[in-house]
Write a protein of this length. Structure first.
Length: 89
């Protein structure tokens, strides 16, 4: 399973798109509360600058999450095909 896109949503949610057509909403706010050194991600501009590579989402060298963490703690969501294509574009 590979990441194909990540989108920063409101309330510190990341919408993660996977190559098997799955979509996962990952609540980063819960992680910010659990991992104090990640609190700088409360900065909205920094949070929105999220990127991905291989099986990792990241903001910079200090803040990242592996796909395994996202799948374990995230919530699979249903997204219709039209919305999915618009989000990816």
């Amino acid at each position: 399973m590979k990441l194909i896109n990540v989108e920063a949503k409101e309330n510190y949610i990341l919408r993660v798109y996977l190559d098997d057509a799955s979509v996962v909403d990952f609540n980063v706010k819960a992680e910010l509360e659990r991992i104090p050194c990640y609190k700088p991600l409360y900065d909205a501009a920094l949070f929105r600058s999220v990127r991905f590579k291989n099986k990792r989402i990241f903001w910079n060298d200090q803040f990242d999450f592996h796909l395994d963490q996202i799948l374990e703690r995230g919530e699979f969501v249903q997204v219709d095909a039209t919305s999915r294509m618009l989000d990816i574009l």
